[in-house]
Design a protein around this ligand. Sequence first.
Ligand SMILES: Nc1ncnc2c1ncn2[C@@H]1O[C@H](COP(=O)(O)OP(=O)(O)OP(=O)(O)O)[C@@H](O)[C@H]1O
Length: 357
Amino acid sequence: MADLKLTSVAKTYGGTVDVLKDINLDIKQGELIVFVGPSGCGKSTLLRMIAGLEKITGGTLEIDGDVMNDVPPAQRGIAMVFQSYALYPHMTVRDNMAFALKLAKKTPAEIDEAVNRAAKVLQLDEYLDRLPKALSGGQRQRVAIGRSIVRDPKVYLFDEPLSNLDAALRVATRIEIAQLKESMPDSTMIYVTHDQVEAMTLASRIVVLANKGIAQVGSPLELYERPENEFVAQFIGSPAMNLLSGKITATGAQTTVTLDGGGVAVSAVPTTDADIGLAVNVGVRPEDLVETSGEALYTGKVKITEALGEVTLLYFEDGVIGKLPGIHADLRGQSVSLNSVPEKVQIFHNGTSLYYR
Ligand SMILES: Nc1ncnc2c1ncn2[C@@H]1O[C@H](COP(=O)(O)OP(=O)(O)OP(=O)(O)O)[C@@H](O)[C@H]1O
């Protein structure tokens, strides 16, 4: 199993179109790294460059200290699982899983052992003699994963493996992937997804890609609780973090921001006297706002409510969103005041968190 190191990795298509620039990333053996980012930011391109399916046009990719830039895909010790399972329809599950090993001229005993081991990990034992058409989508995806496990690769790459599954199956297969990772603690995995829940629940670290580079790398909770910049603050979490503009009016261990909308926010992010008067955006997540009759960070009129059962989303006229526990459909059309505890209030200046100065 393997460590990966990307140093100043770049991708330019046709010599002119920059897709990725200066990507620096150290991935340790046993990590499950998730790439997220807006559509078209280069997640799949980066994964495909690691796999060797796309040429690296700048920088270096090392696996266990060996530069891999010009090593063909088959010799990188990598297995890739795609969103379309691409199983051979005329072959049984067993033969699908054995195919690469037969090509690699493994003995029948070795093949049997590897296929049986993978089938056990993926709970596919009872399906080994079926054709793919007699399997559910989730089972097919497990066979696709099984095909990579039998090869015992150094690194597993997953390109949105669950995106073709319906909602319930996605949840079930996501949990299976988490269990699979637990059963193979030394394997290194890189996973591309659009799905926030997959990213938050599976990742040991998330890499947020944006504007051709890395916006932040960190554990799911680091990204959620301490986003380095407004982009990550709004990209991680749903609905997105609210941003309210204002000026710093008191500094110290806690910081007071007088907001342009009239409210006052107190943040646990420390500042100094030099910050008095600084124009900032205060960031607070919808779920961290609570109703108050006292000092408020925000007061506004509720335009729409969405009662989801365990929570109600409040959409205010000026775009602010609140998420209150319980059912509050009666707040529609009402003026509501909201506040938050200082620990949950972020402060950004020119898009960057003051916490990381
Ligand atoms: N062969 C190519 N020539 C030129 N540009 C390309 C080529 N392949 C991809 N691109 C561009 O590279 C960018 C990154 O594409 P990529 O598929 O890696 O994004 P992504 O983040 O995986 O997107 P999505 O989330 O929509 O799947 C896109 O803007 C895309 O248009």
